[in-house]
Design a protein. Structure first.
Lengths: 114, 117
C-alpha cells in the first residue's frame, strides 16, 4: 500500500515571498502520478499541479513548481510570489494509474500574510 | 473537464437517521469515487463506484453503513446510514475525466458538510 506524508501541519509566508511545502511518499511501484491539490475555505478541491513519475523534468504551472526526487521519494511544492489567495490547505496525493484512487497526505495549512 | 454538483451542500441531522447525498456530473464518466474528510483531517476514500457493478469499499467502510448507487454514467448517491456524531464530516464526490492538456485527472465536487447531533 502507498503512503503519503506531509511533515508540516502549518506554514506561513509573507505576501510576495516564496514558500516550499514538503511531501514524501512510499511505494514499491515504478510508474505513478503525484499531485498537489489546494482546498480553500470554500472546501472545493482544486488541482494545482501534477507530475508523472516517468518524467525527469519537474512540472511547473505559473507560480507553482515542484521538486520531484524519485529516488528519495520526495515531491515538494514551491509557490513563488505568494498571494493572499494562496491561503488554503494543500494536499499532496499519489495515484498509480488511471482508474485508481488517490492517496492523500495529511495536508499543510498555508497562511499568506499581508 | 467535468463539472460536479452535490446535494445537499450541508445538513444537520439527528443521530440514528440516514442521509442520502447526490452527485451529478455534467458528462459521462466511468469512475466515480466517494471520499470522507473528517474535521481538520485529510481525505479518505470510502468506495469506488462504477456504473453497472457493485461499489468497491475500502477497508473500514461497509455497504450497510454507506450504501452507494450508480444508476448511470452521470449520477451517484451515497447514503450515510444510522448516523452518529462520529459521521460528522465533509463527503466529497470525485470523478475521473480528461482535463487540460488531455491528461486524465480527478475532479471533485464542492462537498457536503454533514453535522450529526
Amino acid at each position: 500500500a502507498q503512503t503519503v506524508t506531509q511533515s508540516q501541519p502549518e506554514m506561513s509566508v509573507q505576501e510576495a515571498e516564496t514558500v516550499t511545502l514538503s511531501c514524501t511518499y512510499d511505494t514499491s511501484e515504478n510508474n505513478y502520478y503525484l499531485f498537489w491539490y489546494k482546498q480553500p475555505p470554500s472546501r472545493q478541491m482544486i488541482l494545482v499541479i501534477r507530475q508523472e513519475a516517468y518524467k525527469q523534468q519537474n512540472a511547473t504551472e505559473n507560480r507553482f513548481s515542484v521538486n520531484f526526487q524519485k529516488a528519495a521519494k520526495s515531491f515538494s511544492l514551491k509557490i513563488s510570489d505568494s498571494q493572499l489567495g494562496d491561503t488554503a490547505m494543500y494536499f499532496c496525493a499519489f495515484r498509480l494509474n488511471a482508474g485508481n484512487m488517490l492517496t492523500f497526505g495529511g495536508g499543510t495549512r498555508l497562511m499568506v500574510k499581508p | 473537464s467535468a463539472v460536479i454538483s452535490q446535494k445537499p451542500s450541508r445538513d444537520i441531522c439527528q443521530r440514528g437517521t440516514s442521509l442520502t447525498i447526490q452527485c451529478q456530473v455534467d458528462s459521462q464518466v466511468t469512475m466515480m469515487f466517494w471520499y470522507r474528510q473528517q474535521p481538520g483531517q485529510s481525505l479518505t476514500l470510502i468506495a469506488t463506484a462504477n456504473q453497472g457493478s457493485e461499489a468497491t469499499y475500502e477497508s473500514g467502510f461497509v455497504i450497510d453503513k454507506f450504501p452507494i448507487s450508480r444508476p448511470n454514467l452521470t449520477f451517484s448517491t451515497l447514503t450515510v446510514s444510522n448516523m452518529s456524531p462520529e459521521d460528522s464530516s465533509i463527503y466529497l464526490c470525485s470523478v475521473e475525466d480528461w482535463g487540460a492538456q488531455d491528461l486524465n485527472e480527478q475532479f471533485f465536487g464542492p462537498g457536503t458538510r454533514l453535522t450529526v447531533l
